[in-house]
Design a protein around this ligand. Structure first.
Ligand code: HEM
Length: 147
């Protein structure tokens, strides 16, 4: 129960517009694994990582990712209600060439973003709470991926 409060409170404190936080997250992701940049087919139009990070299609994906996280935060009491959606989402990522291992790196990037954005409020219990929620989300996506 404490986990849920930590997650909801911190997510809310990021503010209404989550896209800039998502950009921090994906900048970190591409730092940890630059090869992932090429999975965004439109990245071929990008001369640099910076170009890509500001391309509309890329920001569109960032927005989608943040909406999925938002849905998870809003369904902490019944995450299983997102099961079909997440299974399908995992399948779609299999189709576009994203490995399930990369989902783990996204998790690290999520924690990095939270650390940057929350400052002092980023504590060990908060980190663990987010890790637990993200593991559930990615666990279902990975099951869908493998189907
Ligand atoms: C779609 C890449 C992680 C949510 C896509 C697409 C690509 C992609 C290439 C299709 C084109 C597009 O919609 O932009 C990646 C890569 C990831 C990643 C490289 C990192 C390893 C995630 C994560 C989430 C997510 C962690 C959510 C938690 C979505 C959604 C769509 C999407 C909602 C749209 C699916 C649809 O069309 O129904 N992703 N993705 N992605 N991704 Fe990701």
């Amino acid at each position: 129960v404490k986990d849920k409060e930590l997650i909801r409170g911190s997510w809310e404190s990021l503010g209404k517009n989550k896209v800039p936080h998502g950009v921090i997250m994906f900048s970190r992701l591409f730092e940890l694994d630059p090869a992932l940049l090429s999975l965004f087919h439109y990245s071929t139009n990008c001369d640099s990582k910076q170009d890509c990070l500001s391309s509309p299609e890329f920001l569109d994906h960032v927005t989608k990712v943040m909406l999925v996280l938002d849905a998870a935060v809003n369904h902490l009491d019944d995450l299983h209600s997102l099961e079909d959606f997440l299974l399908n989402l995992g399948r779609k990522h299999q189709a576009v060439g994203v490995s399930t291992q990369s989902f783990t790196v996204v998790g690290e990037s999520l924690l990095y973003m939270l650390q940057c954005s929350l400052g002092q409020a980023y504590t060990a219990p908060l980190r663990q709470a987010w890790l637990n929620m993200y593991s559930i989300v990615v666990g279902v996506m990975s099951r869908g991926w493998a189907k």
